[in-house]
Write a protein that binds this ligand. Structure first.
Ligand code: ADP
Ligand code: MG
Length: 234
C-alpha cells in the first residue's frame, strides 16, 4: 500500500431506543504501508464499527480518518463509493460472493465496474486464481465450493483492482482451523507479494498469532498495540 492511514480521536455513538451506545470512545491510530494487522477484542468491543469507519461504510460521530490525502469522513456518499472501488478491498465473515457468477467472474467484478480492459481482467484474475490455488475451480459457482474456498475467492476479489488496503472483518469466523490457517497463509503471501496493507479483526488465538501487529480493543478503546519483531523465521 502506498498510503498511510491516520485515525485521529475517532468516536462512534449509536442511538438505540433513545439510548446512546458509545461503541468507539476515542481511538487514535496510524497504519503504515505493508502492515499485516489484527484488531483483537471480545464480542461487542467495537471491532466491526472501527473497520466499517475505516472503510467508509459508516461515519464517525467525532474525529477524523485520513487515508493518504483523503479525509474520508468528509466524502459524500457518491465520492465514498468511488473512493472505495479504487482504494479498498473488503472481506466479510460470510464470504458474500455473488451466487450466479463463477469464481473467476466474482474476482473480475470490481475490475468490470472500473472498466478495466478485458485482457487485463483475465490476466489479473488468472494470477490471483494461481495465488489462491483455485485455478481449477475458475468456472465453478460459489455454491459448489467449500467455505474455505469461497473465502479464498473473496480475498482474491478484494485484491483484484490493486487496492491500498484490504479490510477483513473476522474472515475466519466460519472456517474450520485448517481452512483458517490456509486462508491466513494466502493473506500473508499476498500481503508480502503485492505489498497491500491488511487490517483484519478476529478473536481466534491461532489467527492472532499470525499477525505482525496486534491491536487489542476493549470497550471501544485501544488497550494495547504491539508490533511483533520480525524474526528470520517469518
Ligand atoms: P464487535 O465487532 O467487536 O463485536 P461491534 O463494533 O459490532 O463490536 O459493536 C460495538 C458496540 O456497538 C456493541 O455494544 C454493539 O451492540 C453496538 N452497535 C454496533 N452497531 C450498532 C448499531 N448499528 N446500532 C446500535 N448499536 C450498535
Ligand atoms: Mg464484529
Amino acid at each position: 500500500m502506498k498510503e498511510v492511514i491516520n485515525i485521529s480521536e475517532v468516536e462512534k455513538t449509536f442511538e438505540q431506543n433513545k439510548i446512546a451506545v458509545r461503541a468507539i470512545r476515542g481511538i487514535t491510530l496510524k497504519f503504515y504501508p505493508g502492515e499485516f494487522t489484527a484488531i483483537v477484542g471480545p464480542s461487542g468491543s467495537g471491532k466491526t464499527t472501527l473497520l466499517n469507519m475505516i472503510g467508509g461504510i459508516i461515519k464517525p460521530s467525532g474525529g477524523e480518518i485520513l487515508i493518504g490525502e483523503t479525509l474520508i469522513s468528509q466524502l459524500s456518499e457518491n465520492q465514498m463509493t468511488e473512493f472505495r472501488k479504487k482504494n479498498l478491498g473488503f472481506v466479510f465473515q460470510s464470504y458474500n460472493l455473488i451466487p450466479v457468477l463463477t469464481a473467476r467472474e466474482n474476482i473480475e467484478l470490481v475490475m468490470e465496474l472500473l472498466k478495466t480492459p478485458k485482457t487485463d481482467q483475465r490476466k489479473r484474475s488468472s494470477d490471483l486464481l494461481e495465488s489462491i490455488g483455485l485455478m481449477d475451480k475458475r468456472n465453478v459457482k460459489p455454491a459448489f465450493l467449500s467455505g474455505g474456498q469461497q473465502q479464498r475467492i473473496a480475498v482474491a476479489r478484494a485484491l483484484a483492482s490493486y487496492p491500498s488496503l484490504v479490510l477483513a472483518d473476522e474472515p475466519t469466523a466460519n472456517l474450520d482451523s485448517n481452512s483458517a490457517s490456509e486462508l491466513l497463509s494466502i493473506m500473508e503471501k499476498l500481503n508480502k507479494k503485492e505489498k497491500i496493507m491488511f487490517i483484519f479483526s478476529t478473536h481466534d488465538e491461532r489467527v492472532i498469532k499470525r499477525a505482525r501487529r496486534i491491536i487489542v480493543i476493549e470497550d471501544g478503546k485501544v488497550k494495547s498495540d504491539k508490533t511483533v519483531k520480525s524474526t528470520k523465521k517469518r
